[in-house]
Design a binder for this molecule. Sequence first.
Ligand SMILES: [Zn+2]
Length: 303
Amino acid sequence: MGWRAAACLLVALTALSAGCVGEGMPPRGEPASDGAATPQPVHAEGEAGPPAAAVQPPAAGEELAALSGGKRICLDPGHDANSPGASARDPSGRVIFNEHDLTLAVAYRLKPLLEAQGFAVCVTRNPDGTLVARPRDENGNGRLEGWERAQAKIDYVNAFGARVFVSIHFNGISDPSIGGTEVYYADTGPHEEDNRALARTLLDSLVSAMRSAGYWAIDRGIKSDNYKPYGRLWVLGYNDQLARKAHWQAGALVEVLFLTSPADVSFLQRPDALDIVARALLDGVVRFWEQRFGAEAAQARLP
Ligand SMILES: [Zn+2]
């Protein structure tokens, strides 16, 4: 357990701090979130799979405006085999499933649902789980740091011209009695209100869908991404360490359920669970889109 895990445990035992809950506490003391600060050796990323696609530099100005004129969205299935995140385990300690597998499964269930609604969809990981955009050692210190891993994703999403960005995660913490759903958003910058509105629709949609399906998911609320010692969640695009910030108009990071909560895990073991989650995220995105861009879309349809 590193200092952060120890601090998290201390806070969790005393105040059940939401900040530490969002961090997650997977086994082996490795932080669960893509906000993770643990440096990764560069060669470990190099072993992630087939060569990653070259990332186009972010479009700027008019070019970006043209790109983002349509229904463009990016999904970020959190973590990968080199940064597996949280794990659900049975009483003997055997892994039932890992966060990086669940996030990928949800993203590739959600992608065709969005496409059927007319969205162009990019996903930050390939169907085999590898990263689409390989992170670079931008500061040349010989290690891949958390912000550099996130930077590659942000650049890719910016280049795609996404108007909406949804990062998909599952939570973890040492206390198995803690469970439920929470959504993080960047409460800063020119898109603060849109970020909050997206987080709200995603949370409401997830909680109500699971409850309608017979699982009383705990509503843990929407939360600021600015709770970590080193600042905002990198992948939401507003951490000061980033070399290039987010260009999207609304972004949120969903922590669907806790993989360390037996109740949450029992729901996730249902064969229909991930489809329920994917459909709920679709519903949340579509509701946000209509609320945020509906008038604009109606205007565009006028002769
Ligand atoms: Zn995570």
